[in-house]
Write a protein that binds this ligand. Structure first.
Ligand code: ZN
Length: 587
């Protein structure tokens, strides 16, 4: 792409040459592009949806409805050629439908040449000009972007609210604008010594020509390209040992300078944690850029608001950087499987934050939000398309919360060691390939030797909840008999911890019949009694403890609290002074 931005009119003119490879087995007679800026027009689907949700995103609210002509966003396609010949196209809101002159056969390629003009909208959501913090241009979803075609067909989602899915490719982008602007974005700057702005190699004297300046970026093997520009950016660089070069762009000031200066060291530590725990970041560069309206991930960069407390600044940076693994490199379809992107990202970022700030329960917030949602009756399955939830709250907990719990609870099912091996295995097997839920669960099945499809099915495709309880504890011939009840419909393997009056503990492990195998022992210093599997159809399960009930002080289901049991009150029974036969009269 070769584009020119006029900072007086906020208009962008450009050309795009796209070589498109059809690697599918299908012949394509059409292709589609996204025209995301068109969402920022009164009456657009984004506008109407926001005005009809019970809990709209306050950044959107009814702001789009009130945009004036010189404030809206648009992308106009002025011409489009396929292999040198004009093709017919028409705009459908935020989509462009193109009827090919010549059908594109399997294993062949074609070249599209496009001329387009765009108006950068005032900043409403993610992209735009003049953000609240005064960043001139947040250029995300800014160019006509080819839609993804895969084994599920065309992914032609109109831009209603959120989540993106793109085609893998190599981007070669030239951006021309007033030379006072500093640009941060996706890719590696090719003409650093000409551009300067602290990109140049040390010792180089930059001689910029008078007039507009052209920036040349190349990004290989990414599925999107984003950038931001501001004349006041301070640009600083640090290197992650054995990792990428990190670039930071922020407007210096009272609310930013101190925190952004400290942020650099924490960002390095976060990259090191991620590389060691979840697989290695594959690109040479990553940029943290002040811009946009919150935090949004893009390949090789993020745009975040910068006037934050230090904790919040590190938190949002850790989250968006972590997206590089899930949204950036694995790049599952975020719109269909937001839990695999936002949820996995939340999970990994929270683990890293816990290690940096010495927190004990990084996922507690996810569980609490999920429990509250279940209680509210507003829960919808996590398998719903991201735009189609009836409330923003149900979307956000289904994707962030349930996605994070999905992993933390998977640790409980298959054991810590298998889990982390599995996370790295998933990353290394599926990077740059757009995996789906089945691909993930198959990696975990192979590494653990356990059947796990039931888990994916229940937790992602339904709203059935987990609830186990201790139903009875009785004495018989010198032994203790415990009956556990499955109160909820969602079956799970059970860890049952028994604490004796002398302070010692034993774990009773009840596998669930569907898994066909046991998780490995997680704690070698604790005696684990492996019991026969609980057939999931049975509402109750009884086990025998070969000790007198008088010796027992406490019996607890899931002491690690990794199981998302929606009622933990009935998980525990204590005998503080003496044993008394126990029977839960409600079951
Ligand atoms: Zn996110």
């Amino acid at each position: 792409m070769d584009v020119r931005l006029d900072a007086n009119t906020h208009k962008l003119r450009g050309t795009q040459k796209l070589t498109y490879y059809n690697n599918s087995k299908d012949t394509l007679s059409r292709v589609y592009y996204h025209l995301y800026f068109n969402a920022f027009q009164p009456g657009s689907m984004m506008d109407v949806r926001s005005r009809n949700l019970p809990d709209p995103d306050p950044r959107i609210g009814d702001h789009i409805a009130h945009l004036k002509d010189n404030e809206i966003g648009y992308q106009h396609i002025q011409s489009l050629k396929q292999d040198g010949k004009d093709v017919s196209f028409h705009t459908l809101g935020t989509l462009l439908e193109v009827t090919l002159k010549k059908p594109l056969l399997p294993n062949s390629k074609t070249v599209f040449d496009m001329e387009f003009e765009a108006q950068v909208p005032v900043q409403i959501r993610r992209s735009g000009r003049n953000s609240q913090e005064g960043i001139s241009y947040s250029m995300t979803q800014w160019y006509p972007k080819l839609a993804e075609y895969d084994h599920q067909g065309w992914h032609t989602y109109p831009y209603v609210a959120r989540e993106f899915h793109g085609v893998w490719g190599d981007f070669d982008v030239k951006i021309t604008l007033d030379p006072t602007f500093v640009i941060g974005g996706t890719g590696i700057l090719q003409n650093a010594d000409k551009v300067g702005h602290d990109y140049e190699r040390s010792g180089v004297t930059v001689k910029r020509p008078a007039g507009p300046l052209t920036w040349h970026f190349i990004a290989r093997n990414v599925h999107d390209f984003a950038w931001a520009a501001d004349p006041d950016y301070k640009h600083e660089i640090v290197k992650v040992p054995d990792g990428p070069e990190l670039h930071f762009f922020y407007q210096p000031g009272e609310k930013t300078t101190d925190n952004w200066t400290r942020l650099k060291d924490f960002s390095v530590r976060h990259f090191q944690f991620m590389n060691n725990t979840f697989g290695k970041y594959p690109y040479e560069v990553y940029s943290v850029i002040q811009g946009g309206d919150g935090g949004m991930e893009y390949p090789m960069c993020t745009l975040i608001t910068g006037e934050r407390s230090f904790g919040s600044l590190v938190g949002v940076t850790a989250h968006e950087v972590t997206h590089s693994w899930y949204q950036g490199v694995l790049a599952n379809n975020e719109a269909l499987y937001p839990w695999m992107d936002e949820g996995f990202t939340d999970f990994a970022a929270n683990e890293s934050m816990a290690s940096m700030f010495n927190e004990k329960a990084p996922h507690e917030g996810s569980y609490d939000a999920y429990f509250a949602l279940v209680k509210s009756g507003l829960q919808e399955p996590a398998s719903l398309h991201a735009d189609h939830y009836s409330t923003n709250r149900a979307y956000s907990i289904a994707s962030y919360g349930i996605g994070a719990i999905f992993l933390h609870q998977l640790k409980y099912i298959i054991g810590e060691e298998n889990f982390y091996k599995g996370m790295r295995g998933y990353y290394n097997t599926w990077k740059f390939k757009h995996p789906g839920p089945n691909d993930f669960i198959r990696v975990m099945e192979k590494i653990s030797g356990m059947q796990l499809h039931w888990y994916l099915n229940y937790f992602i495709h339904t709203t059935k909840a987990i609830d186990y309880s201790i139903k009875s504890v009785v004495e018989n011939e010198g032994s203790t008999f415990v009956t556990v009840a499955r109160v909820g419909e969602f079956p799970m393997p059970i860890d049952l911890m028994v604490t004796f009056r002398d302070g010692s503990q034993e774990l009773y492990y009840i596998p669930m019949s569907e898994t066909l195998a046991n998780k490995p022992v997680e704690n070698e210093s604790l005696l684990r009694n492996d019991l026969v599997a609980w057939p999931w159809v049975n509402p109750t399960y009884s086990l025998r403890i070969n000790r007198q009930p008088e010796e027992i002080s406490r019996i607890e289901i899931d002491p690690s609290q990794r199981m998302a049991d929606v009622n933990r009150k009935n998980n525990l029974i204590e005998f503080p002074d003496a044993f008394k036969a126990y029977q839960d009269s409600t079951r």
